[in-house]
Design a protein around this ligand. Structure first.
Ligand code: SAM
Length: 248
């Protein structure tokens, strides 16, 4: 049985796809998808030898070697252009994820869906998607074992989609009169902010605590740059609190 997090990612993979799971570790996600008959083919990519061996063993033991190709390499280097139509990347930081996508741009030809679950730095992923013309079409959030995860689904965009994505991130005024900036939407998620589920509030409660701690530490320093940064964080905390209060 998959974890709730991996199950939610699996649920977002269109049936009949060819999938590359990058940073696959034990190849649990492609194994599950293949066992359920939900995909026709998968690549499990791993850059580190330990996880690569674990993935190889898992696929062999599951008797899925014909359906899942386990490959060793950095990011999208493990796939050929046109080989898959879905890419999943889960369980790493958003900036690493964005750099993997950026470095492998020429491999994205024929890819229709990106299903991304950054552990932190979701804003970095949203920014990359927006800049590169991908459509953010859905966001999900879940809690498992005391951790909160976001899953971002994006589809390949056409020139016409550009306006709808710009609109998705356009400054919004909430019913309480609070203005939400593009920066805040990239950070908090345009759909999540709209739906405002309970878990999302929990996430931002704990993010606010982290920010307050950073602010406190910066205030202890006498350096001028620290004072400026502390002021920026204080403003960010205020902004986020206003948004949350408006939606609660
Ligand atoms: N995707 C699985 C999941 O969500 O349960 C495993 C997540 S695990 C925490 C992250 C994996 O990404 C590690 O196995 C690591 O070796 C791999 N990884 C990190 N950087 C990578 C890169 N540039 N290319 C491929 N794999 C990478």
């Amino acid at each position: 049985k998959l974890s709730k997090r991996l199950q939610m990612i699996a649920d977002r993979v269109p049936v009949g796809s060819k999938v590359a799971d990058i940073g696959s570790d034990h190849a649990l996600l492609p194994t599950f998808l293949a066992q359920q008959g939900m995909i026709v083919f998968a690549v499990a990519g791993e850059v580190n030898p330990g996880p690569f061996e674990a993935a190889t063993r898992q696929v062999l033991e599951s008797g899925l070697s014909k359906k899942i190709s386990v490959r060793s390499g950095d990011g999208l280097a493990v796939i050929e252009p046109g080989e898959v139509n879905v890419i999943t990347i889960a369980g790493m930081g958003g900036s690493l994820m964005a750099s993997i996508l950026e470095a492998g741009k020429q491999k994205l030809e024929g890819v229709t869906h990106l299903i991304l679950q950054p552990n932190v730095g979701e804003d970095q992923v949203r920014k990359w998607l927006l800049a590169e013309g991908w459509n953010l079409v859905a966001e999900a959030i879940l809690e498992e074992d005391g951790k909160i995860y976001e899953i971002l689904t994006a589809t390949a965009g056409s020139a016409q989609d550009k306006n709808s994505q710009e609109a998705l991130y356009a400054e919004r005024t909430l019913s309480g009169g609070i203005v939400v900036s593009k920066e805040r939407l990239l950070q908090m998620g345009p759909y999540l902010l709209e739906e405002a589920p309970e878990v999302w509030f929990s996430k931002w409660d704990s993010e606010l605590k982290k920010l307050a701690m950073i602010e406190g530490q910066l205030k202890l320093s006498t350096a001028e740059a620290s004072a400026v940064k502390a002021e920026q964080i204080a403003q960010e905390i205020k902004d986020i609190k206003e948004v949350l209060a408006c939606l609660q």
